[in-house]
Design a protein around this ligand. Sequence first.
Ligand code: AMP
Ligand code: MG
Length: 340
Amino acid sequence: MKKTAAFLALLFPALLFPACRQQQGGQEKRAEGRAVLPAQSWEALGTICTVNAFDEGAESLYGEISARLMEIDASFGVNRPGSDIARVNASAGKDRIAVRPDVFLVLKTALRFAQRSGGAFDPTIGPLVSLWGIGTDHQKVPSQSEIEAALAFVDWRKVVLDEADSSVFLEKEGMALDLGGIAKGYAADEVIRILKERNVSRAVIDLGGNVCVFGSKADGSAWKVGIKNPSDGGKSVAAALSLPGGLSVVTSGNYERYFVSGGRRYHHIIDPKTGCPGGGSVASATIIAASSMEADAMSTTAFLMGRDAFLRAFPGTSCVFISSDGSISSSGDISLNKFL
Ligand code: AMP
Ligand code: MG
């Protein structure tokens, strides 16, 4: 891996915030009795979730969003005792477990992407995620025999779903689901659902790199979402997308969680074929799509498959790839301003 494999990629809406704050101020004057809500952040799904509704509204909007994020966190968290995912994992090889409809839906979607990606995206990656422990106090480079032992429990085809009772069964004891590659996207879609129900007209959501722009900016101009520069740890912006509202921009890169050992960087996106951090020379993969859940699954997939193989499996998808040498390539119907 090259030195620049400091791989980073994430989107951050920093570029659009200044412009929007000004609008917010303007709205404040016009709002007459209805307060313009400041942005709010919560810790959930292993990241910081920020919602900025640039709109007059009620405090209870954020209360509802926060409650829904916490609910999703409690159902999807692998390490949350009693979560649906933890219960399914604890019953692997033994019992089928009825899960909440939202967990069932996300898992079903994850399996669809597993199939389409030929197993690059695999929601049964849990044993390998635990083995590497990236971002935890037990992170380490495992031995090859440990990797092979964990790989024996990673196979999305051994997940049995039953629509009749929303149940999930993992065929082999030792298997473990991990929906970390898709759950944030689902959560972002849920935030959008709440915003729509509350008639919020414009907002930006950032769930640890899953950025959604919702509605139209007050001045009618395009939203701008930056893609972080992998080579400097995301301090600078590598490129900026100009987007209409209603799209999600999701980046997978290796800057978010990694450790360095023996001069090599080990990140959190695991190739289910090798059992090791994957992606080769891809530093980040960004997907732009209407569904944040699908964009999330695809960004993880795209990172692992690389541009050409990804576009063969998912033709027509709007995406931006940044390589570890700093080159940027994009595909699809997007307006991209490159800064590298
Ligand atoms: P993301 O940041 O969306 O690319 O997701 C990375 C997270 O997805 C990791 O922290 C793991 O929880 C999980 N993950 C890692 N490798 C895979 C994989 N091959 N397929 C599906 N999920 C994965
Ligand atoms: Mg993802």
